[in-house]
Design a protein around this ligand. Structure first.
Ligand SMILES: [Zn+2]
Length: 267
């Protein structure tokens, strides 16, 4: 099977809007000979410009208390969310949004509905590119050689499910302030996304209950799932099991900070 057949078998078609989380290494293992260029071309030819491709191109340029802030430049700052996203953001017709911490690179019809200067105070919540995807029919999350540890939509679901830590930043231990910093200045932030490692629990729940199908190709994980379906299940799962979304105690400073915050608000 080649990538085109995979996309076809996954049911993707003209006009679909896809947020892609990808691992180049896994893509090459699953589809020997595949290049970044041919991966993106196959996606574009499948969905056509009537649809959209969205890649997270996050840079995490937070303002830091110790003065060691990295300053976001929309044109030049490399994406820290994988080499495919970093390549994609430079292609003709691709628009990169302006969040210093969580920018997205977008190609296709969604560009008509969001501006390059999109930089909401809730970077993955209301008013974000994820919010737009959630409100656009025929939107999908494509895990291309990755699992839900890189499930950005999970941060949107945390906001709309109102998890108790949604407005608590767990990154103080990294000297991070609740602001992003770019060449255009400082942006105040709220609902700062935290650790995403345990979104894998949500993925396991979906797979174990046969709500989603994960394809394993040469030991690499692939899945294509409608955004509205993930939100419906996610709202319930996140509301009822939010403590499962924290890493085991002592293994992650960000999740421990959230746990301490939960204890402090219970008192
Ligand atoms: Zn964690």
């Amino acid at each position: 099977m080649d990538i085109r057949e995979y996309l076809f078998n996954a049911g993707l078609q003209k006009g679909d809007n896809i947020i892609v989380h990808s691992s180049l290494r896994a893509l090459k293992r699953a589809f020997p000979g595949l290049t970044i260029d041919s991966f993106i071309k196959n996606l574009q030819e499948t969905i056509t410009p009537e649809g959209s491709l969205v890649f997270p191109a996050f840079t995490y340029c937070f303002k830091k208390r110790n003065g060691e802030s990295e300053v976001f430049n929309r044109e030049f700052s490399p994406s820290k969310t994988g080499s495919v996203s970093d390549y994609f953001r430079t292609l003709p017709g691709v628009v990169r949004t302006s969040s210093p911490t969580h920018s997205f690179a977008i190609w296709g019809s969604l560009c008509d509905f969001i501006s390059y200067d999109n930089s909401p105070e809730s970077p993955l919540g209301y008013g974000s590119v994820l919010d737009l995807l959630a409100k656009t029919p025929r939107s999908f999350v494509f895990m291309a050689g990755t699992d839900f540890t890189s499930f950005s939509l999970g941060h949107y679901i945390e906001v709309i499910a109102n998890v108790p830590w949604k407005d608590f930043s767990p990154w103080s231990y990294l000297e991070v302030e609740e602001s992003g910093i770019s060449v255009d200045g400082v942006t105040r932030l709220k609902e700062i996304p935290g650790c995403s490692k345990q979104f894998i629990q949500f993925e396991n729940y979906l797979i174990n209950n046969k709500f989603i199908k994960q394809d394993v190709i040469n030991n690499n994980k692939f899945s294509v799932t409608p955004v509205d379906f993930l939100i419906t299940h996610g709202l319930r799962y996140f509301s009822e099991n939010h403590e499962k979304l924290l890493c085991p105690y002592g293994s992650c400073k960000a999740c421990d900070a959230r746990r301490h915050y939960l204890e402090s608000i219970k008192r």
